[in-house]
Design a protein around this ligand. Structure first.
Ligand code: HEC
Length: 243
């Protein structure tokens, strides 16, 4: 009898804690299920096309490189404390931000921010996102904002006629200028600046992610394609002509 009395007393004290414990467990569990688990895995690609269709915008091939180039960096939409809690480093994080409505670009805050006419609100703050990239993002959202990918890799990488103006410049604009514009310590906006970065700034080592060097672009998940790296090598080996 005494045992049961003591037990009942103890129960009173610990009852509240027990209840709290159960609630916390319930809350953790419900959070887990709010977002489908698959969203946490970027390899969970909705569709893979071969070859690429010219009518479709592909997230992995075309959209993620834009976000990685123009929206991530120091104090931007990445890292442990992304601006406005919007992390733009992966499909899962972009969708989890809740700022994107599939099939409806005009309702998507991410799209609205990049076309905002108020310079204080417009994204990216440097306002250097080319119109062609803005159009791609719009089209991708309106096509359903899928985590899609297309594979051209069976097509040979065309390395004939590699020139600075048609090949190298485009790779730099598409992948580097979001950070390396003229406001940055290292600018890559002109032929001379790119050449200088190759000669004095380890450009070749950083794009290959060679150990002991910085990684460019800085996001480890995002490396220039082998084809683009090969083209840059051909241009460097040819003596970096200004052609
Ligand atoms: C998201 C922003 C961002 C992008 C995109 C980016 N970089 Fe960088 N880059 C940086 C930062 C930050 C540094 C470090 C600057 C410093 O040394 O303080 C840097 C440094 C460099 C350096 C100097 C490395 C060294 O050893 O001094 C080179 C070369 C470079 N980047 C090339 C590139 C190239 C080429 C691309 C495109 C393929 C690229 N970066 C894309 C942010 C970026």
């Amino acid at each position: 009898m005494l045992f049961w009395l003591n037990f009942a007393k103890k129960m009173k004290k610990s009852y509240l804690f027990f209840l709290i414990f159960v609630c916390v467990l319930l809350i953790i569990n419900s959070c887990k299920h709010e977002i489908p688990f698959s969203l946490f895995n970027d390899n969970n690609i909705d569709t893979t096309d071969f070859p690429c269709s010219t009518d479709t915008v592909y997230f992995q091939n075309q959209i993620l490189p834009i976000f990685n180039t123009y929206c991530t960096g120091t104090d931007c939409h990445n890292g442990p404390k992304p601006q406005e809690d919007i992390d733009l480093t992966s499909y899962a994080n972009i969708m989890a931000s809740g700022k994107l409505t599939a099939h409806n670009s005009s309702k998507s805050k991410i799209y609205k921010a990049i076309i905002d006419t108020d310079p204080d609100d417009r994204m990216p703050p440097t306002a250097n996102l080319p119109q062609e990239k803005i159009d791609l993002i719009k089209k991708w959202i309106d096509q359903g904002a899928k985590n899609n990918y297309c594979n051209d890799s069976k097509n040979p990488c065309d390395t004939s006629n590699v020139t600075y103006s048609l090949t190298i410049k485009k790779i730099i604009v598409d992948n580097c200028l979001g950070c390396h514009d003229d406001t940055y310590i290292i600018s890559l906006t002109t032929y001379n600046k790119v050449k200088d970065a190759v000669q004095n700034r380890n450009l070749w080592n950083v794009i290959n992610h060679f150990s002991g060097y910085k990684i460019m672009p800085p996001d480890t998940n995002f490396k220039l394609s082998d084809c683009n790296i090969r083209k840059i090598k051909i241009w460097i080996d040819a003596g970096m002509p200004e052609n």
